[in-house]
Design a protein around this ligand. Sequence first.
Ligand SMILES: Nc1ncnc2c1ncn2[C@@H]1O[C@H](COP(=O)(O)OP(=O)(O)O)[C@@H](O)[C@H]1O
Ligand SMILES: [Mg+2]
Length: 249
Amino acid sequence: MKSAISCKNIIKRFGEHTILKNLSIEIPKGKITTILGYSGAGKSTLMKHFLGLVKPTQGSLTVLDQNVPTLSDDELRKFRKRFGMLFQYAALFDSLTTYENIAFPLKEFTDLNKNEILERVKELLTAVGLNEDSLYKLPSELSGGMRKRVGLARALALKPEILLYDEPTTGLDPITTKMVNDLITTTGRTENTTELTSVIISHDIQATLKISDYIAFLEKGEIIEFSPTEEFKNTTHPTIRKFLDLTTH
Ligand SMILES: Nc1ncnc2c1ncn2[C@@H]1O[C@H](COP(=O)(O)OP(=O)(O)O)[C@@H](O)[C@H]1O
Ligand SMILES: [Mg+2]
């Protein structure tokens, strides 16, 4: 299977603290992979490596066939256009309407004209299950779930090859959580399915088991398990068993 992201023996130190310890993982292309782990395990730090926001102290990192730590600032800017990101807070621009939020990357990074941008924004709205009533509303006029949808539409605007989600449902109510999880699955499975790679960071085990093709468990800076979801459920690793049992009862 082809990897979208390949980490080999990554060590990351901040001062005297070693956050990632000899971490290796091959994240398959075109699939949904979730990285699970307790708070402070190093999950967000690992995700920042994928984008070249953080450089490994040691080890190698290849993402979409690019040797990330060697890229120049210019190359990184280009490289990051191949990603979509959705974080815990949808991080919309508060003073911009839905249309302006989604159009932002299109204006910034493409040569599309006004009409083409409007068409693309409408297409993206449909893809995330919103209708045109939301187009000229401000984030404050939308529900939490709708804001997530707008955030996802913006993340999809440049047709990314990798979608990164860092704790996309943390702090949401159960109904919105379910909606976001459904959205991750539909997006991961329908937007040019064979090409789009989704990587989710989560500590929500129930959702993870439902939506992931592969699951990795990060513990104290190391990947201690990485397997297809069905196999992961039956792991005998004591730390993960404890995590699964604590959170499923
Ligand atoms: N820029 C940084 N400088 C120093 N320490 C950091 C930095 N970024 C993260 N850390 C530390 O790395 C550890 C892992 O953090 P993080 O990757 O955010 O964990 P997680 O996302 O799994 O909760 C934490 O102890 C955090 O304080
Ligand atoms: Mg984190």
